[in-house]
Design a binder for this molecule. Structure first.
Ligand code: HEC
Length: 131
């Protein structure tokens, strides 16, 4: 009985060490300082009122969950700085825009937008097929 318990204890300890060392994938990646500052800018500028992340948020602009892998960085910078007829311009410094993009890149690595861009109307409405 003692031998069995000892073996179980050793297995448990080995397993715990392995899980602790190797058990985290990219999804648990720690947010860097730039990412954390970027989250704050995202909140202060209230981007969420018009944009969704992971499908949640406002529906005036497109979902930005995977915008970093789908769009050129210069395009993203230009949208944020100058806006468009529908999106307002944001008076942010180059560093702040970098931090905002670092946050969006982090979101990109942690989730997948389920609705393809071509299925989203410019008003933000999803173009679902009629049943
Ligand atoms: C008043 C609503 C509104 C706010 C606030 C807003 N956006 Fe937008 N955004 C839009 C709309 C609408 C579009 C689509 C613009 C167009 O096509 O004219 C857009 C487009 C974008 C795009 C381009 C997406 C693509 O697929 O190319 C990015 C990137 C973006 N916004 C980032 C941001 C960020 C970051 C913030 C906060 C700093 C923000 N937006 C705040 C409405 C908004």
């Amino acid at each position: 009985m003692r031998t069995v318990l000892a073996i179980l204890l050793v297995l448990f300890a080995t397993y715990s060490v392995l899980v602790y060392e190797y058990g985290h994938g990219d999804r648990d990646e720690r947010a860097s300082t730039a990412v954390r500052v970027g989250i704050r800018i995202w909140q202060e500028e209230i981007c969420q009122s018009c944009h969704q992340l992971y499908g949640l948020g406002g529906y005036m602009g497109p979902d930005l969950t995977n915008v970093v892998s789908q769009r050129d960085t210069m395009r993203i910078r230009t949208f944020i700085r100058y806006g468009t007829g529908r999106m307002p311009a944001h008076a942010l410094s180059d560093v702040e825009i970098d931090q905002l993009i670092a946050f969006l890149a982090w979101v990109d690595r942690t989730g997948t937008r389920t609705m393809p861009p071509e299925a989203t109307h410019w008003t933000g409405t999803y173009l679902l097929e009629k049943p």
